[in-house]
Design a protein around this ligand. Structure first.
Ligand SMILES: *[C@@H]1O[C@H](CO)[C@@H](O)[C@H](O)[C@H]1NC(C)=O
Ligand SMILES: *[C@@H]1O[C@H](CO)[C@@H](O)[C@H](O)[C@H]1NC(C)=O
Ligand SMILES: *[C@@H]1O[C@H](CO)[C@@H](O)[C@H](O)[C@H]1NC(C)=O
Ligand SMILES: *[C@@H]1O[C@H](CO)[C@@H](O)[C@H](O)[C@H]1NC(C)=O
Ligand SMILES: *[C@@H]1O[C@H](CO)[C@@H](O)[C@H](O)[C@H]1NC(C)=O
Ligand SMILES: *[C@@H]1O[C@H](CO)[C@@H](O)[C@H](O)[C@H]1NC(C)=O
Ligand SMILES: *[C@@H]1O[C@H](CO)[C@@H](O)[C@H](O)[C@H]1NC(C)=O
Length: 429
């Protein structure tokens, strides 16, 4: 093990040197590692979301507070796809505990890796500590395999073919088997699915949301939509097998994202409220309830490169700029890619590509660690800055253990305090 670490150290140095010589070569990686992910903060609670030409959206005076590892991305997430893309497999896993940096060696050691940060583009070296905590296996909670629609479980395919509104954009709707049109009920994506540039679909769980309410698990959402919960879990993993072939149509100004495929996760409140545009009164996106881009082509000049980006307020002033690394995954336009993202117990977010992935019902901790550690010689890492907001005594305190608990606490602590506010609100309604 010591030998391996020395080798990694040497490789790290080699990468650092190579960066100076040829940035485009050295910045291509198999793994992007973000550590210290999660902070104490808050976002706005959308209390009313409606409007056509003009917005009729309100946020509450109080905020939704969150804290702990991966926050706010420890909240339920929806999974989004933009073409050109074909989805072969999707799987969502949870684990009781997973430490992506668990060392296989008995003694704690450190490895030196290339580190880049958006705010400080110069490459510096950084020590990543090995954790010696025990990881548990991963259990599959949701699944889609294009070659066997009967195996689909706990997935609801949606797109944005619902009601149109200038203020809120298009509402979400069930997607048909092509992913492109609206369906009347939940439909499994077909085998030879393909979405072109600008086209998108979303996967939610198959758990129906309770009625729209600031006090319930799905929060307030747009009227008339099929509303489903996102994927829950502080410790979670999303795996994908997909193709992202070159766009066959020619480029024109009618495209917003020409030949820019992407896979990303959002706080699932966002698509149920208003995904595009992102008016800060109509969805929690602008106040920072969370987005993580797993594999995203950022612009037309770098359409062979997938970047990973946090769009939260951790360590950045602009949620739309967000935080990414200068390193990227190669987009293979000819073949099938397999990869995913892990949000672990210690606030490590690791996005990766790997040919050794399985999509089994259960994946052992050691198998997953092997994949991650196997990628370490081709990795870029960054540490998010520690930031927090100061809570006042009367604020709603979040809990990291589950979003449902957080809602329970919110109800218990705040109901009496807010009672008079709600009497006023009901009068308005
Ligand atoms: C949701 O998916 C699970 C797992 O496949 C299944 O057992 C359950 O019946 C589904 N629920 C609904 C409402 O479709
Ligand atoms: C949910 O909303 C519907 C329609 O407004 C109403 O009939 C139903 O009672 C509500 N359910 C709960 C649990 O409040
Ligand atoms: C489906 O996913 C949701 C969200 O993560 C989860 O709460 C639910 O338990 C899952 N259903 C099954 C049958 O595993
Ligand atoms: C949000 O609502 C407030 C209060 O009505 C308003 O002053 C503000 O301009 C709105 N913000 C946006 C982005 O529309
Ligand atoms: C495209 O994205 C890359 C990677 O972030 C960046 O280096 C480049 O400046 C961007 N190009 C344009 C034209 O915005
Ligand atoms: C497509 O055209 C737009 C300008 O309309 C340009 O910015 C973009 O880079 C082009 N994309 C590709 C892949 O050439
Ligand atoms: C992709 O495949 C085509 C034809 O099969 C070939 O011409 C092209 O060189 C390949 N591109 C890459 C990047 O491998």
């Amino acid at each position: 093990m010591i030998f391996t670490n020395q080798l990694l150290f040497a490789f790290g140095l080699f990468i650092s040197l190579a960066i100076n010589a040829d940035a485009s070569f050295a910045n291509q990686v198999d793994q992007l590692w973000f550590s210290n992910v999660g902070f104490n903060g808050y976002y706005d609670i959308v209390e009313h979301v409606a409007g056509n030409e003009k917005c009729e959206c309100y946020i509450m005076d109080d905020h939704h507070y969150f804290e702990g590892s991966n926050a706010p991305l420890n909240e339920p997430l929806s999974v989004h796809f933009r073409g050109p893309l074909s989805l072969h497999k999707f799987a969502f896993y949870t684990s009781d505990a997973f430490y992506a940096d668990s060392g296989s060696s008995s003694q704690s050691s450190t490895i030196v890796q290339q580190s880049t940060q958006l705010s400080a583009p110069t490459n510096n070296q950084q020590k990543i500590k090995r954790s010696s905590k025990d990881s548990s296996s991963w259990s599959r909670v949701a699944y889609y395999d294009h070659s066997d629609s009967s195996s689909a479980s706990n997935v609801t395919f949606m797109n944005r073919e619902g009601d149109k509104s200038k203020c809120l954009g298009n509402a979400i709707s069930y997607a048909d088997s092509t992913g492109l049109k609206k369906a009347d009920s939940a439909t499994i994506l077909e085998k030879d699915n393909y979405i072109a540039s600008d086209e998108e679909f979303i996967i939610f769980s198959n758990v129906s949301c309770p009625n729209s309410s600031v006090y319930d698990t799905c929060g307030v959402y747009r009227e008339g939509i099929p509303a489903y919960e996102g994927f829950y879990g502080d410790v979670k993993m999303f795996l994908f097998e997909f193709e992202a072939p070159t766009e066959s149509q020619s480029n024109s100004s009618s495209f917003e994202s020409y030949d820019m495929p992407a896979i990303w996760v959002l706080n699932s409140k966002i698509p149920r409220q208003s995904q595009y545009p992102t008016n800060s009164n109509c969805s929690c996106w602008a106040s920072g309830c969370g987005e993580f881009d797993i594999f995203e082509v950022i612009n037309g000049s770098t359409n062979g490169e997938f970047y990973s980006t946090f769009h939260t307020f951790q360590g950045v002033d602009s949620v739309s700029v967000g935080l990414s690394q200068s390193a990227y995954f190669k987009r293979d336009t000819n073949g099938t890619m397999t990869g995913g993202v892990i949000f672990d117990s210690d606030g490590n977010t690791v996005s990766f590509m790997s040919d050794s992935l399985t999509f089994d019902e259960s994946i052992s901790a050691s198998d997953m660690l092997k994949i991650i550690q196997g990628n370490e010689d081709d990795e870029s890492s960054t540490t998010l800055s520690s930031v927090s907001v100061t809570y006042t005594a009367t604020s709603i305190t979040g809990t990291t253990s589950s979003f449902k608990n957080e809602v329970a606490i919110l109800i218990n602590n705040k109901l009496s305090a807010l009672a008079s506010f709600f009497i006023v609100l009901f009068n308005i309604l």
